[in-house]
Write a protein that binds this ligand. Structure first.
Ligand SMILES: *Cc1c(COP(=O)(O)O)cnc(C)c1O
Length: 381
């Protein structure tokens, strides 16, 4: 075991400034180009970034929008999902996954997770669909799988279930854009894959941003209308009710630069995750990544018996940590009235009691990481 060192600078949970230093003048140049161009809304950088993003994520096309929540909303609006419809999704996720469903007046139906991957459990999903069908009150319309902490859900299994019940499949890749299963991106299975450029996500911008990856032009054209107030043939002809949900040109220009180093950053995150695994596997439950899956490590999340004790111990060592997520959505006032799969969600509740996420970003240095590992070990002992 390496001797613990006391790093000079405070340890960041996610160090966005290290990446900023690496990109240097490329960011200033990109931002200034847009500012001097005058094309602040839907400038040429937006289209260029959409091309780059689609290519990175192996999608037919990508559509940029205002944030990762709207990305989900755009898909639900395009499919006219609304009152009386059921959308199956996990509860152990960020609120936006279920929020957009409720916002449309449809009903989220909460499904439990696979205890090892934290992603939606296909068996419980089948059971939840069967229950909704038997009840006859809601019409099943879609499934939202989430790449929680950066690892793709079992999209192959979800696709089969979606097909056998005639449902749409969304991959909520806000945390997992760039993640793959046997080299394939989620859009290989999903009807759409969405992502977020919130600064702390693996591919973040310097503000809010999001995108939807699609498999055909028809879906892209529909969402292009919805993101711009439902525009029709010309600007002031409205074909439908839409949103104001565009990605700022400045953010697109920044993202073009960030995307050029993103593959390298995913590699670095995987190296760091491996190092954490080696240092912690005997004192905590370290993350399980299924064979053939590549995670983008939005979070490095372990489980321990005394989570709150470990958090306090790390705080004493000036090490930031976080809990994603302390309370599954189905237990919260805003969501508790919505239906759940049969037997409730015991795995989601158990995970919520035990998980703790450690500092994770592509620029976490080995000595700092050793200090974190040593602190976790000294608590476990
Ligand atoms: C962050 C996140 C979103 C929402 O993204 P925003 O850009 O913050 O709107 C949706 N789903 C998941 C799983 C997320 O982590």
């Amino acid at each position: 075991m390496t001797k613990p060192v006391s790093p000079q600078a405070p340890i960041a949970f996610i160090d966005l400034l290290a990446q900023r230093r690496r990109l240097g003048a490329r960011i200033e140049d990109a931002v200034m180009r847009v500012i001097n161009s005058g094309a602040y809304i839907m400038g040429p950088e937006v289209t260029a970034f959409e091309k780059d993003l689609a290519s990175f994520g192996a999608a037919h096309r990508a559509l940029a929008c205002a944030n990762g929540t709207d990305a989900l909303l755009l898909a639900l609006m395009a499919w006219e999902i609304g009152p009386g419809d059921a959308v199956f999704c996990p509860s152990f996720t960020f609120a936006a996954t279920a929020e957009v469903v409720a916002l449309r007046g449809a009903s989220p139906v909460f499904v439990d997770i696979d205890r090892r991957t934290y992603n939606i459990d296909p068996d419980h999903l089948e059971a939840a669909i069967a229950r909704v069908k038997a009840d006859g009150k809601l019409t099943p319309k879609a499934i939202i799988g989430v790449c929680l902490f950066g690892q793709p859900a079992d999209y192959g299994a979800l696709r089969q279930i979606a097909d056998s019940h005639g449902l749409k499949l969304i991959a909520d890749s806000a945390q997992g854009f760039g993640a793959t299963i046997d080299g394939r991106h989620p859009i290989h299975w999903a009807d759409v894959a969405t992502t977020s450029f919130f600064p702390a996500k693996p591919l973040g911008c310097y503000g809010d941003g999001g995108a939807v990856l699609v498999r055909d032009d028809a879906m892209w054209n529909l969402m292009d209308s919805i993101r711009w107030h439902g525009k029709g043939e010309d600007r002031y002809a409205y074909a439908r009710i839409g949103l104001n949900s565009r990605l700022d040109t400045v953010q697109a220009a920044i993202l073009i630069e960030k995307l050029t180093i993103f593959a390298d950053e995913i590699e670095r995150r995987n190296t760091i995750a491996k190092r954490y695994n080696q240092g912690l596997a005997d004192v905590a439950t370290t993350p399980f990544v299924a064979p053939g899956y590549v995670s983008t490590w939005a979070q490095y999340t372990i489980e321990v018996d005394d989570r709150d004790g470990l958090m306090a111990h790390l705080k004493d060592h000036a090490i930031p940590s976080a809990v994603y997520y302390p309370r599954p959505l189905h237990t919260q006032p805003a969501y508790q009235a919505y239906p759940q799969g049969p037997g409730g969600l015991p795995q989601s509740e158990a995970a919520a009691r035990r998980v703790i996420s450690l500092p994770m970003h592509p620029y976490l240095e080995a000595d700092v990481q050793d200090h974190i590992i040593a602190a976790v070990r000294s608590f476990a002992r």
